[in-house]
Design a protein around this ligand. Structure first.
Ligand SMILES: Cc1cc2nc3c(=O)[nH]c(=O)nc-3n(C[C@H](O)[C@H](O)[C@H](O)COP(=O)(O)OP(=O)(O)OC[C@H]3O[C@@H](n4cnc5c(N)ncnc54)[C@H](O)[C@@H]3O)c2cc1C
Length: 432
């Protein structure tokens, strides 16, 4: 098979297309912008409470990062625990870590309750150390995580690493058995079906262009103009992550869209697949400019990284195939002759402080900033913010933390500094 510039996961699923020909409603209780994990999880939750919900998606269900990712359902956050504790203090960090563990259970519970066939499996994750000093830090991190968060990580010495991974380039690893893997496209398709079953309407090819405060029959709310016509909503939930646009300028200024790219090989012989990843872990390395990889359920090697910092385009996707293939062979020389079947890219949503953020801004609800840790956290935040919208008071440690914009306000949503940031991270990987 010739290399396809196409998302492999989409070949494994039929994405539902509800309401394709129906006009969108004119008045709803809640308008959700974006049909990814965040928006669909929120829509499912509020629709189950009886609210009339319209999910507005500029493309198709799961079109954004939610169908394009590595399917690694991960514990923890992008930032290390020591950094989190020094920034937020012990108590708040404990609540954040607990939320990250709860987000795993949240995904598992939805998958089970809704009967979503997405190969969800608690196969654990393995972080591998690219330098001795990164490995030395694992024992310290594991100790803090056990003491502060009562969560066990297992440090794997270099000489034992063969039981976890068929690569000899790393200095050791750290395993978290709680993390899981899934097929993200099947998961987002299942979430969409669940949201529709709960009563939500999903409207594709409905790009939200403007959002204005408006009152209707004395009730405060919002007037949205969309490419499928106008809509009035009591509440708006913005769930647009790395694809956040000028429709919500205050959020756009706080989110940096960063490209991430993935290749998958042809289906590998079972013996080779076993050798590469004997425990079927979700694997990522310790660099800033990191690689992440795993076997797919049909035994391809899926290998991803930030091969270009800019978001996906024909050019960045094509260039990434070669860069990632060289990276993969660096890790696994056994794959030198394996054919690459698919390459694709997607956009990550980084806040300037590399933290998830959720709550209300300018009167609208939002959740985003998952920084590559969004499969579980996006699902969870969608649910928690929907509960808040419905009048509950759920514990959510990410609501109310400072949400910084660019230093000196030097950013209007166009990330001109990405090449500099990319060079900086490469430099940091070299020296740290
Ligand atoms: C290549 C890649 C690999 C990744 N790997 C992992 C991983 O292994 N594990 C992990 O935990 N996370 C991973 N992530 C991150 C994870 O996929 C995201 O954090 C998560 O999918 C975010 O979901 P979301 O619903 O918030 O956003 P998205 O799924 O990006 O959905 C946002 C949607 O909003 C729509 N939209 C935007 N603007 C408008 C508008 N004006 N009107 C209407 N619709 C609009 C977009 O079309 C899009 O469909 C990865 C991401 C990428 C790109």
């Amino acid at each position: 098979m010739a290399l396809q510039e196409h998302n492999y996961w989409l070949t494994t699923v039929e994405i539902p297309a509800p309401n394709a020909s129906l006009p969108s409603p004119e008045v709803v209780d809640v308008a959700v912008i974006g049909a990814g994990f965040t928006g669909l999880s929120a829509a499912r939750t509020v629709a189950k409470r009886g609210a009339k919900v319209a999910v507005l998606e500029s493309e198709t269900i799961g079109w954004g990062a939610s169908s394009r990712n590595g399917g690694m359902v991960l514990t923890g956050m992008k930032l290390g625990v020591n950094q989190l504790i020094s920034r937020y203090g012990r108590e708040l960090t404990q609540r954040m870590y607990a939320a990250s563990l709860a987000s795993m259970d949240c995904v598992e519970q939805i998958v089970r309750e809704e009967g979503i066939d997405c190969d969800f499996s608690r196969s654990g994750h393995l972080e591998v150390a690219c330098k001795q000093k990164h490995f030395d830090d694992y024992a310290r991190q594991a100790e803090v995580i056990a003491r502060e968060f009562n969560h066990t990580l297992r440090v794997v010495e270099r000489h034992e690493l063969g039981s976890e991974i068929g690569s000899t380039i790393y200095y050791g690893g750290m395993v978290d058995e709680v993390s899981a893997g899934c097929n993200p496209a099947r998961y987002v398709a299942g979430l969409a079906r669940a949201a529709v079953k709960a009563g939500a309407g999903i409207f594709e090819h409905a790009r939200v262009q403007t959002i204005q405060r408006d009152s209707r029959q004395g009730e405060p709310g919002w007037k949205l103009s969309t490419s499928r016509g106008p809509l009035w909503a009591h509440e708006v939930f913005v769930a647009t992550s790395g694809y956040t646009s000028r429709a919500t300028p205050a959020l756009q200024k706080r989110i940096i869209p960063i490209g991430s790219f993935i290749i998958t090989t042809e289906v590998l012989p079972e013996k080779l697949a076993q050798e590469l990843s004997p425990r079927n872990r979700m694997i990522y390395d310790s660099k800033n400019y990191l690689y992440y990889y795993r076997l797919t359920p049909d035994r391809r090697m899926l290998f991803g990284g930030r091969a270009a910092f800019f978001p996906e385009s024909d050019q960045t996707v094509r260039r990434s195939a070669g860069i990632l293939r060289r990276g993969m062979i660096g890790v696994y020389p056994q794959l030198a002759d394996a054919k690459i079947d698919y390459v694709w890219g997607g956009t990550l949503d980084f806040a300037f402080d590399i933290m998830p953020h959720a709550g209300q801004m300018d009167g609208m609800y939002y959740a985003l900033g998952y920084a590559g840790h969004g499969v579980a956290m996006a699902t969870y935040q969608g649910q928690k913010i929907a509960e808040l919208m419905a009048g509950d008071k759920p514990d959510n440690p990410f609501v109310g933390i400072p949400f910084p914009g660019a230093p000196l306000g030097l950013y209007n949503g166009k990330p001109w500094f990405l090449p500099l940031a990319g060079a900086w991270y490469k430099f940091m990987d070299w020296v740290s």
